[in-house]
Ligand binder design. Sequence first.
Ligand code: NAD
Length: 412
Amino acid sequence: MTDSHATSAYGRSVADACRRLGYGSTVETLLTLAALEIKVEIPIIRDNGELAIFTGYRVQHQNVRGPCKGGLRYHPQVDIDDVRELAALMTMKTALADIPLGGGKGGVACNPHEMSPRELETLTRKFVKRIHREIGPNADIMAPDVGTNAQTMGWIHSEYSSIYGHSPAAVTGKPLALGGSLGRDKATGHGIGIVVAEYARHCNTSLQGATAVVQGFGNVGLHAAQALAALGVKVVAISDSRSAVHRNAGVDLAVLSAQKRSRGSLKDAEEHDSIDPETLFEIDCDYLVPAALGDAIHMGNVARLACRTIVEGANAPITAEADVALRERGIAVIPDILANAGGVIVSYFEWVQNLQRQTWPLERVDAELTRILGNAARAVLVHAGEGSLDLRSAAFDIAVRRVKEALDATGI
Ligand code: NAD
C-alpha cells in the first residue's frame, strides 16, 4: 500500500467512525495499534543449490472478539505496513460479519511464480517452524490469500500438526482431504454475489442484463465473475496481471479458465477482444469489481472510471484520496469488509467443523453464508440509509461499535 498509515483508508475510516459514535481517542488508538508484529528471516536452499533468504511477517491486530484470523500472502511487495493494515481490516471484517474471531494477516516477500513446489513447501514449513508458538486454533488461524492456496494451507496443517498433534483447526482453506470445508474455494467470490444481490434489492434495480467488469482472474476474480453471471449480470471484461479481454455479449468464463490453465494468460482468447489492461477501468459498466491487489484505484485513474458502483473484491483496492474523489463523483463503493467477507465467514465454518469433528454438506455452508453475509449487508444498507452515510462509513460504524463493546466488556 502506498498510503502512509495516518492517511490510510483504514485509519481514516476508524477515526471517522469513532468521531460519529462519540468515542474518545483511546478507542481509536486501540483500533489502530496491532497487538503483535512478528518478523522472521527464512533461509532456504533453492533448487540450484544457492541460499536464498526470505522475510516473513505475521501481524495479530485484535483478539478481543476471538482468535486472530486472516490470510497469508506470498508476493514480492509484501511489507510490514501492508500486512499491519490488512490485519486491522480483518478485525473490522470479522466484527461486521459478527463471527467470533479477531484480525490477523501474514505474508512472505517472495515471488511464488518463480519458485518450484519444493521451494514453496520448504519456505512454508520453515515459516511455520519460526512462528508456531504464536499461531494455532485458539490464537491465530491462517488462510489463503494472494499467491497462496489450499496446498500451502495443507503444508501449514502438516507442519503445525507435527509439533502439536493433529490440529486441523489451526488453519483454514485446506484441501478437503485434510479437513477443508466444502464451499471455501468459491466463498469469497460467491459472497460478492450475495452482497451485490442484497444491494440491488435494496436499490430496487434488476441485475438481469446489468454489466460488470472484473479486475483479477485469481480465486476472488474468477468466482466473483461466476457468481455475478449466475445472477444474470453480463461480465463484459476481465483481466489478470498481464492481459485483459472484452466481449460485449459477456465473457465466456469456461473458455477463459481453460486458456489460462493451458497458456497462463487471457491474451488472444478465442471470440474475445484483447485489450490493454490499463484501459479496463474505462469500460462503461454498472459494477466494477477490483479483485487483484491493493491501491488499484488511485488519483491517477479515478477520473477515468466509467462504472456506477465499485464492489471491493480485493482488500483496500482504493486509496484514501481516491475514495474521497469517488464520493464526490457519486460512485457508490461496497467496501471490502463487507463485499469480500464471504471467505472469512466460510473459514469460520471450517474452523467450527474441525473443532467439532464434523463435515457440513455444501447446502448448509451456502445457506449459512447467505444468512450471515446477507444480515451484514442489510445492516450496512439500513444504517447507511438512516444516517445518510456512504456504505464504508456505515460498515465501519457497525464494526467499530462491536469491537468497542467487546473491549469495554473486558474492562480495558
Ligand atoms: P490470487 O493470487 O488467487 O489472484 C490474484 C489475481 O490478481 C491473479 O489473477 C493475478 O494475475 C491478478 N493480478 C495481479 N495484479 C494485477 C493487475 N495489476 N491487474 C489485473 N490483475 C492482476 O489472489 P486472491 O485470493 O484472488 O486475492 C485477490 C484479492 O482478494 C486480494 O486483495 C486478497 O487480499 C483479497 N481477498 C482474498 C480472499 C480469498 O479468500 N482468497 C478473501 C478476501 C479478500
